[in-house]
Unconditional design. Structure first.
Length: 151
């Protein structure tokens, strides 16, 4: 009888493990949550990505904070920053393309104003996430405080 060649142990596919972990996690959620999560992801994905990318830079966050007080000209908004006006305009264009602000031009003056509806998008998304996590912590609290019922 010939000797069998010893084969090395199979390496686990990490992507498959993550997929299995995600499936197991989704199976632990109440039935309505999976649909709710997928609907939230679909509803907010592209728009939220644009908004969070725009807000990822401190200069743009400061501009949004200032516009929370009311509309302002680009020159007024650029004044506190140590950068050229063309560099600052890149920030304005990013905020405008994300929908966080809108601009109007009157003669040579471009005025920026905050689009509060776009900020409401973030608030809606956070409210959904908050609800999911509060439900999770409520279940954890129930599990910890009533261990006999969970056995």
């Amino acid at each position: 009888m010939g000797r069998r060649a010893h084969s090395p142990p199979r390496q686990r596919d990490k992507a498959a493990d993550r997929s299995n972990d995600a499936t197991e996690f989704l199976n632990t959620l109440p039935k309505g949550y999976v649909c709710e999560i997928l609907c939230l992801v679909e509803k907010y994905s592209d728009a939220l990505d644009e908004v969070f990318i725009a807000l990822a830079e401190p200069t743009r966050r400061q501009v949004i904070r200032r516009l929370g007080q009311g509309p302002a000209s680009v020159g007024e908004l650029a004044r506190p920053f140590a950068m050229t006006l063309p560099s600052f305009m890149k920030h304005v264009r990013t905020l405008e393309s994300s929908g966080l602000i809108h601009t109007t031009k009157n003669g040579r003056v471009r005025t920026c104003a905050l689009n509060r509806e776009r900020l409401a998008l973030i608030d809606d998304w956070l409210a959904g996430e908050r609800r999911i996590w509060e439900d999770r912590t409520d279940r954890l609290e129930q599990f910890v405080t009533n261990p006999k019922e969970n056995s």
